[in-house]
Design a protein. Structure first.
Lengths: 457, 457
């Protein structure tokens, strides 16, 4: 990276923090309609900031609710294009009385900046704009083509973004999607999350006799929906926690030896999990570690089951109905729609006698992976290492970030999740904050990355 | 039977119905403390009535709550002793506005007497007293020795009767226990219930992680109590509805060919059950009919199961706990305590990994049978046939009458359930009534039975 950029960043630090403070002061709470105007001002603030940084074709683009801000600089002929995604909306602030300083009056204490959105995600979005600004101001151009897509609805589930992406596929076309909305592995330990699990699930409703029955008068002679449901659900797994739904594993991308090595490198403490959760034992699919099971392997879990009497003591009924909610976490390259179909087929095949079974799918999400040997990820790892001085960890997350899967599905662009937050920074809670150490290092990492990408893809 | 008895019954009918009206006027609601005095007057009324009928050693015997009335006549030397059990307490009357005439102002309409307790059980208790009276007044003695035990707590579960029976074993010793507190098979079709199922059950509580967990972050790596419970419960049955708890069937008294013939003679309409319950299919243990399954075979039923999220839609949690309530209906000669032990052993043997399982037994009840070839039952069947002119049916009930099992366990006396009610008589509901046809026929049946018993045992 150009040394002038580093000097610029250092010289401009105070001004930048003042600007960040301004940005954080805007109460852009996307879920509350009384803040609709604030969300809009915030979009305009971003738009101005992008223009000042040297982005072109900057626009605030309306959606059905809160606008998307777009900007681009496409002057790096023959070079790769990076699409930077983030969000400028924030979570509500209640309970307000638990904040040590007001959520929209940013305050720096102990080298941390306290405010709603400081870490999630305004702070991190701001860093990208300021990184671009620093390179533009010092080199008059950028080493890669850059597009910004900053939305205002992430905290309400990005309801309008999938359609927006679909409608603006060409405008958003890029070689890398860069997102800073996640956390480091730990303080001083950078990590890139290269895979997320997807989601597919169903509600199973089992209907038996038309009313609850006396278990004396009818027990043994009529289908008991609770028993029939239990048998059906028990059929989903074998005794070794393997899922018995036919075809369930067919499209599962096996963990590579490199990926398993990356897991091992984390030196994860399973004993600590057991202790924290007060469990005598961790269980799961044979041949995999805890971390592999919860992020690299698919699951089928019961989230809820209910039927019949739940009160104190005994009530000798045969319930008329029983219900279960099950969800699967999916790994690449499983397809949620296909998995739902396989589950429906399994239920059909194992349909219990004498009862009606209804299966209702829940919302779905695709799994995502950008294999970590991808040059865009390897370059990111190197940029992290340059600043943090330790090897970058490669991790997978067991949960889902639905919008990442949407980008992946529509744009087919490799995704780099380059986060600078910390798990301890109280996002979504009172006293959200962001460590300035990671603000400074992160700015340098981003600048370094843009230069590095120029020659990597 | 002596013809004088018939003449007496016919001549005294109006007076008897007046007396029954008096008896039914007493609001002896055992569950409501404001009726404590009424329950006591009712005991005294019974006591007087027994004395007037010629019973000796009549006494109102206190218990912790409502008194028991006892009386005896032991002058039939060398003849069998009959213990007649019934109850003089009644159910509450609410909702009062649904009664066509007030519950404690007995009224005869269409040859039925309407009042709370008319069928359950004052009407039937009254018949026994009047049968005794008729024989005593006409023959100056009784063909058998007779003891009465009329309690005042049946409708609240007879909490004090087991101890009372235990403490007065000798006083209550008899060759037959005669109870009229059940129903005919249908109008004009007498039936003797010769067996009841017992009850044994447990609550199963499964505890996993110390709090609900995110199924993304932890799914696949920790024990899911709902899944572990489902597996455990699924292990209770094989695919053919046979119970897999080791030893469960060891003490089951097989249905005899005569008993199965008695079942067949009922010409039970299984299609009607399916239609009433809106079931596509009746299921159960292979090789048995519906009636056999629900009354002659033991069961293990889930009465309730619950764990995790039960709201609308999806919540991707791994629940911290899951629970089930299961009860078994037992048949002779299964022992409830032994069955609980076998279930506990089964759970221990099939204990799911990584979770804590707690098993809490519920209240238990013994099954009961007096094989219907017993002379006391055969005599009862003949007495019924004498009056009703059709063969008596022999039935088993799938439910439990706990106090019958208690008598059976403590006194070891054959039990004859000689009921005169009808299923349609609204017991426990508004507009309870009793058909006078069965009052008249029943009085004759009881008299005939006492004479018949004299030579049968």
């Amino acid at each position: 990276m150009n040394n002038n950029v580093k000097v610029y960043l250092s010289e401009q630090r105070d001004r930048q923090l003042e600007e960040l403070t301004e940005f954080l002061k805007i109460p852009s709470v996307s879920s509350l309609s009384e803040h609709t105007k604030d969300v809009e001002s915030c979009a305009n603030w971003i738009s101005n900031s992008l223009s000042e940084a040297g982005m072109q074709n900057v626009k605030v683009m309306p959606t059905k609710r809160h606008p998307v801000v777009y900007g681009e600089w496409l002057g790096a002929e023959g070079k790769p294009t990076v699409l930077i995604y983030g969000h400028y909306d924030v979570q509500p602030v209640d309970p307000l009385h638990l904040w040590e300083t007001p959520p929209f009056e940013p305050m720096i204490r102990d080298e941390k900046i306290y405010a709603r959105g400081a870490s999630d995600d305004k702070g991190q979005v701001f860093m990208h704009i300021k990184a671009i600004e620093a390179i533009m101001k010092t080199t008059d151009s950028l080493p890669v083509n850059v597009k910004f897509l900053i939305e205002g609805e992430e905290e309400i589930g990005s309801p309008n973004l999938p359609d927006f992406i679909e409608e603006h596929k060409e405008m958003l076309a890029a070689d890398v999607l860069l997102i800073s909305d996640t956390a480091l592995y730990a303080k001083g330990e950078p990590a890139i999350c290269y895979a997320l699990r997807g989601l597919a699930g169903v509600q199973i409703d089992v209907k038996g006799p038309k009313r609850d029955l006396h278990s004396g008068a009818f027990g043994g002679g009529v289908p008991n929906p609770a028993k029939q449901l239990v048998d059906l659900i028990a059929s989903f797994h074998d005794d070794n926690f393997q899922i018995r739904v036919e075809g369930f594993y067919d499209k599962v991308r096996a963990l590579t030896e490199e990926e398993r090595e990356a897991y091992r490198a984390l030196q994860f403490d399973e004993e600590k999990v057991k202790k924290d959760l007060e469990l005598s034992e961790l269980v799961g699919e044979e041949g995999y570690t805890f971390l592999e099971r919860v992020s690299g392997r698919p699951t089928l879990e019961i989230n809820g089951i209910y039927g019949g009497f739940q009160g104190e003591g005994i009530k000798t009924v045969i319930p008329a109905e029983a219900h279960a909610k099950i969800t699967c976490r999916l790994v690449p390259n499983q397809d949620p729609d296909e998995i739902i179909q396989l589950i429906e087929k399994h239920i059909q095949k194992n349909k219990p006698a004498g009862v009606e079974v209804t299966v209702t799918p829940f919302d779905k999400g695709h799994p995502f992976i950008t294999p970590f040997d991808h040059p865009a990820i390897q370059a990111a790892a190197k940029s992290y290492e340059e600043e943090y001085g330790v090897p970058t960890k490669f991790i997978r997350e067991g949960g889902s970030i639905p919008i990442v899967a949407v980008f992946d599905q529509i744009l087919k662009t490799p995704v780099v999740l380059m986060g600078f937050g910390l798990e301890s920074e109280n996002i979504h809670s009172p006293n959200e904050h962001f460590h300035l150490e990671n603000f400074d290092k992160g700015l340098a990492v981003i600048c370094d990355y843009l230069f590095r990408l120029s020659d990597s893809l």
